[in-house]
Design a protein around this ligand. Structure first.
Ligand SMILES: Cc1ncc(C[n+]2csc(CCOP(=O)(O)OP(=O)(O)O)c2C)c(N)n1
Ligand SMILES: [Mg+2]
Length: 611
């Protein structure tokens, strides 16, 4: 289900730069003009690209045939960012973008980000080029080097579909099919590779564009009435139902429906910090703060359940295992998901195979709507006011003292204080974050993680989110690790170039700290010195000047910020600057450390390790 349109038209990004030549200045047409026309007809607002000769024909068509509008180009400094920005944008809007990657080399650079989008079930129209496929037409050296047999083979295991059309008509059809497949749930990236010779072929006349309205994705499947009635009956009978709110849409209507269903049933709800906000976290029925893994209170709520309604929960088998271990799952399980349509033999991102007493092959939203209708006569349970807990509910850390050194919970507390009353979209949170640190009140309050766990995705996806939110009045904030920042930092240049407001807070522990925990665990198991865990992990000799890296790219950079007092004043300044349209990076030095439940789960014994 698509989120409601955030903006009636995509934000104007630097249309202030006049082009020397008006579009339509020529009456001669080329193969790539037809491809560009198709992108416009499909309504793609932006294409992200790093230039390359393999698609010089298409590049020219976008600029000189279409006048660099609808779609508009955004330049990136690395192909990984092209895909990550598209991914981040679509997570907010539901609207896919195109990323154009140069021949085999650009595709290789983009591949990790394609994997992230795949694992996150986010559609991206990845376009590429090769050739000329006809060897007789290749320039010496470089055209041979950058032509590969079956180029899509590089990424085929983690895209939904690919094509290398051999004519203009086939290219148009390939784009229509790619679009439809990418944007049909389970959504994901697709790849269309344009032969340089097809792009550069002269056309006898202006290409006609097919009527794209006749090739759109299918209507989402709705559940069969008999299945809805069965689940509704099970829900009426259930004493302690639990809803696992997983991969749901950013739609406000979908959010409201989930709340209504939970309230009607008195069902407890669990959410996942790897995914976008799915349920109001301060609601009495939200059973436990979300984490990257199920927290002890989450395990308890699940363990007590007599019916589990999984709304496309990301790892249902693994989660049930956290509650029931090796014993038989002691609750009815209803799985609502279309994800199985995407599973293949290469990627294990399908996770373990969960049991399901009833499996509805639908997206969550139509099922929630149907259940609400079926349960209209249900008396409605009193909203549980206090969920019994094993220990006191985790509370967000209080504001730190002025001169104290900073931790991630303290940064969260100061950010809460500084943004009080503002509509904030957290575009990214670091691994060291805990669900209790922030209240999610709506579907755009948090956009979730990157899907594939590919470090370096943070900055690019944040830029994409900022592009989507420009002009909406929401404050885009990304809180990311220093390792993530350093791998993806040059993505921020695109934010500066496109004049995108964005606040990036780097919680800088000067380390790839997640992996220090792993080395510590191994050292302990082997009776070896734990003190050596930092070797090959710390990023502090020299400590990179992250603020300088931001300034070097045209953003505002502050830091290193080392105390609460300084962070409080810098945050105020930074938020004001972002509200004026600036991109700001704050380098905030924090003590290394993860929440207890996180570090316990991260460092479990080898057979249960996650990285
Ligand atoms: C491309 C890639 N390389 C390496 C890893 C392994 N890895 C997982 S978390 C992590 C550390 C990330 O560092 P940072 O962003 O600073 O977060 P911190 O752990 O310090 O909180 C690494 C290297 C990965 N997931 N992806
Ligand atoms: Mg770090």
């Amino acid at each position: 289900m698509k989120p409601e349109q955030l903006l009636t038209t995509p934000a104007e990004v630097r249309r202030d730069i006049p082009l020397p030549m008006a579009p339509e200045a020529t009456d001669r047409y080329w193969g790539s003009d037809a491809i560009a026309d198709m992108l416009r007809a499909l309504g793609v607002p932006y294409v992200l690209l790093n230039p390359g000769a393999s698609f010089r024909g298409l590049h020219d068509s976008l600029v000189n045939h279409l006048g660099n509008a609808d779609p508009q180009m955004l330049l990136v400094l690395h192909e990984e960012h092209a895909v990550a920005i598209a991914h981040g944008y679509t997570k907010v809007t539901g609207q896919p973008l195109a990323a154009i990657l140069h021949s085999n080399v650009g595709l290789m650079h983009g591949s990790m980000a394609i994997f992230d989008a795949w694992a996150d079930r986010v559609p991206v129209l990845v376009l590429g080029a090769t050739g000329p496929v006809d060897a007789a037409r290749r320039r010496p050296w470089i055209d041979w080097l950058h032509t590969s047999q079956d180029q899509a083979a590089l990424v085929r295991h983690f895209i939904k579909w690919d094509a290398q059309p051999a004519s203009v008509a086939a290219a148009q059809e390939a784009l229509l099919r790619a679009w439809r497949i990418a944007d049909t749930a389970p959504r994901g990236p697709v790849y269309v590779c344009f032969d340089a010779a097809v792009q550069e072929a002269r056309l006898p006349e202006r290409p006609t564009v097919p009527d794209v309205a006749r090739y759109m994705p299918p209507q989402p499947p709705v559940p069969a009435a008999v299945d809805v009635e069965r689940v509704a009956q099970w829900l009426r009978e259930a004493q302690r139902p639990v809803i696992l709110a997983g991969r749901v849409s950013r739609s406000q209507a979908g959010w409201n429906a989930r709340v209504a269903l939970a309230e009607r049933l008195g069902a407890r709800v669990l959410t996942d910090l790897k995914l976008g906000a799915a349920f109001p976290t301060s609601h009495a029925l939200h059973a436990a703060p979300a984490g990257m893994f199920l927290t002890p209170d989450g395990v308890k709520a699940l363990r007590e359940a007599d019916l589990v309604l999984s709304l496309d929960w990301l790892d249902l088998a693994g989660t049930l295992r956290q509650a029931w271990g090796d014993s038989v799952v002691g609750s009815r399980v209803v799985q609502v998901s279309v994800d199985h349509h995407l599973h293949n033999g290469w990627s294990m991102d399908h996770q373990g195979l969960p049991p399901a007493d009833l499996f509805l092959a639908c997206e969550p939203e139509p099922v929630v709507d149907a259940l609400l209708a079926a349960l209209a006569d249900h008396p409605g349970a009193p909203v549980v006011t206090a969920v019994p807990r094993s220990a006191p509910a985790p509370a967000p850390a209080p504001l730190p003292l002025d001169d104290s050194a900073l931790t991630v919970p303290a940064v969260a507390a100061l950010l809460r204080e500084a943004t009080h009353g503002l509509a904030v979209s957290l575009l990214r949170l670091p691994l060291s974050w805990g669900g209790e640190m922030w209240e999610f009140k709506g579907p755009l309050d948090f956009l979730g993680y990157d899907g594939g766990g590919g470090i370096g995705s943070g900055p690019g996806m944040a830029v994409g989110g900022a592009l989507a939110l420009k002009g909406t009045g929401r404050l885009p904030v990304a809180v990311i690790g220093d390792g993530d920042f350093l791998m993806g930092a040059t993505a921020l240049w695109t934010a500066a170039n496109a004049r995108l407001p964005l606040l990036t807070i780097v919680v800088n522990n000067r380390s790839f700290f997640n992996d220090e925990l792993h080395q510590e665990r191994v050292a302990r198991e082997r009776g070896r010195p734990v003190d050596n865990r930092w070797i090959g992990q710390r990023i502090d000799d020299p400590a990179p000047d992250l603020a300088q890296m931001a300034r070097a790219q045209g953003l505002i950079g502050h830091g290193p910020v080392k105390t609460a007092a300084v962070l409080r004043s810098v945050l105020q300044e930074a938020i004001a600057a972002v509200q004026q349209g600036e991109g700001v990076v704050l380098d905030v030095w924090v003590q290394p450390g993860y929440t207890t439940s996180m570090s316990q789960t991260m460092t479990r014994s080898h057979s249960q390790d996650h990285e």
